[in-house]
Structure formats: structure tokens, C-alpha cells
Design a protein around this ligand. Structure first.
Ligand code: PXP
Length: 249
């Protein structure tokens, strides 16, 4: 296979804040984790400031903006409150995600097609402030076309269902999902959208996604933090990096 070029790895450090908040203590510090992730080879850091502040807090975003040497991908719901915070910080990228209070994690993609007028207006000031706008969506053609139409620069394709089917052992559905993700990535690329992917990725599931030529960045959190408990954050991130590079060469 031809060398497809380096793919960026964004490390999501939300879980570090979850552990901190579980005890109401000052540690572990997500900013320290982010610095370590950078040392391990992360090309960027992702943090999701949820409306209920269940993990990352406002002060963490302040700290990340001051401390990081790689770009911050600021994940947020499309609310006025979050937009004001993003405009105050002007992170490199703003990734808009759907958010429901009762969910454990971001369960589905954003309905861009069904909310295109509002989202177009919502992202305009963020774009003017210089933030790259990324929309976290499924691989459906209508969503990808809507993302391009409203002026997003990036789409992040939701890999959660693909990973779930893999671990459920439903390989027919997994492979169908993979094919749909590949088609979606090609369509998005043809519409001049930069393609990212993420959610649920592990050592076992990362390579078919990393091998997709159009996918320029993966954002990974849960598995990396889980693996860090056993081997440490630096080896966990380095191994993910190695698997991504191997998939592309
Ligand atoms: N991308 C987006 C938009 C997400 O919301 C998340 C989860 O916060 C991830 C990637 C990372 O997913 P995971 O933690 O399952 O690796």
C-alpha cells in the first residue's frame, strides 16, 4: 500500500477529570495529563466541556489554553453558553457534538441536516474568531452534505457503532459500518471537508479506520485512559501511535 502520510492523534483527557471529580480532590490534573500526552506524541488534545461540568471544568479549559503546545480541540454542545466560552478562548478547533444530560458519553452524531439554519448561524461567529469548525456526525450522506453546505471545515465521523459491533462479535454489521464510514470519508473529502474520526477506538479497532486515506485525525480517549491504568499513559499513547502509523504504511 502507498504511504498515506501522517495522521494526527488527538488525545481526549476528559477521563482524568472524571477521576479527579470522583473524590472532589485537586488531582489527577487533566492539564498535567495533557502535557504528558504531548510528550508521548499526541498531536493535539481534546477536551469536552459538558453543560453539567461532570468532568472537564471551566478552569481546566483556562489551564489547557495556557499550557498546551499542540492545538486544543474544544468539544461542546451548540449552546449560547458554550459559544461564549469558546469565543473567550479561541481554541484552534471547536468540535460541535450533540449532548443529552442522561447519556454516559456522546451517543450519536449531530443532526446537521435537520438543524442546518440554526447551526449555520451558530458557527458563523466562531469561524470569524478563527476557530476551525468540526461537526461530529454519522456517515450518512445527508449529514455530510449538510456539514459542507453550512460551512464547516471538518467533519468527525462517529466510529462508535463500528467499535460496538466489533466487540459484540457481529462482524457482518461491523464490516458494513466500516464500508459506510469509508464511503462517508471519501464523500466528505470530495466536498473539501477535512475528515476526522473517533469514538470507541481501541488497539483492536483502530487500524481499519487509520488506514482510510482521507482520515487526517483520530480522537481517542476512553481506551487510552483505561490502558494507561495498566501500562502508563506514555506507553499507551505510543502504542496507539505505532498502530496508526503501521496501518498507513
Ligand atoms: N470524538 C468525539 C467527538 C467525542 O465526543 C469523543 C468522546 O468524548 C471521542 C472522540 C473519543 O471517544 P472515546 O473516549 O470513546 O475514545
Amino acid at each position: 500500500m502507498a504511504d498515506l502520510g501522517k495522521q494526527r492523534l488527538g488525545v481526549n483527557i476528559d477521563h482524568v477529570a472524571t477521576v479527579r471529580n470522583a473524590r472532589g480532590s485537586a488531582y489527577p490534573d487533566p492539564v498535567r495529563a495533557a502535557k504528558l500526552a504531548e510528550e508521548a506524541g499526541a498531536d493535539g488534545i481534546t477536551a469536552h466541556l459538558r453543560e453539567d461540568r461532570r468532568h472537564i471544568r471551566d478552569a481546566d479549559i483556562d489551564g489547557l489554553m495556557l499550557a498546551l503546545t499542540t492545538p486544543l480541540n474544544f468539544e461542546m454542545a451548540a449552546t449560547e453558553e458554550m459559544r461564549a466560552i469558546a469565543l473567550a478562548h479561541r481554541p484552534h478547533a471547536v468540535c460541535i457534538v450533540p449532548e443529552k444530560r442522561e447519556e454516559r458519553t456522546t451517543e450519536g452524531g449531530l443532526d446537521v441536516a435537520g438543524d442546518d439554519n440554526r447551526l449555520a448561524e451558530f458557527i458563523a461567529p466562531l469561524r470569524e474568531a478563527g476557530c476551525r469548525i468540526s461537526l461530529f456526525i454519522g456517515h450518512e450522506e445527508t449529514q455530510i452534505r449538510a456539514a459542507a453546505r453550512i460551512g464547516a471545515e471538518v467533519v468527525e465521523l462517529h466510529t462508535g457503532a463500528y467499535c460496538d459491533y466489533h466487540y459484540e462479535g457481529d462482524f457482518a454489521k461491523r464490516d458494513a459500518e466500516l464500508a459506510a464510514l469509508q464511503q462517508g470519508a471519501a464523500l466528505a473529502h470530495s466536498l473539501d471537508l477535512e475528515v476526522h474520526a473517533g469514538h470507541g477506538l481501541t488497539y483492536e479497532t483502530v487500524q481499519p479506520i487509520a488506514a482510510m486515506p482521507e482520515v487526517r485525525e483520530l480522537n481517542i480517549g476512553h481506551f487510552l485512559m483505561a490502558e494507561s491504568l495498566f501500562v502508563g499513559m506514555v506507553p499507551a499513547i505510543r502504542e496507539m501511535r505505532r498502530l496508526m502509523d503501521e496501518a498507513r504504511t
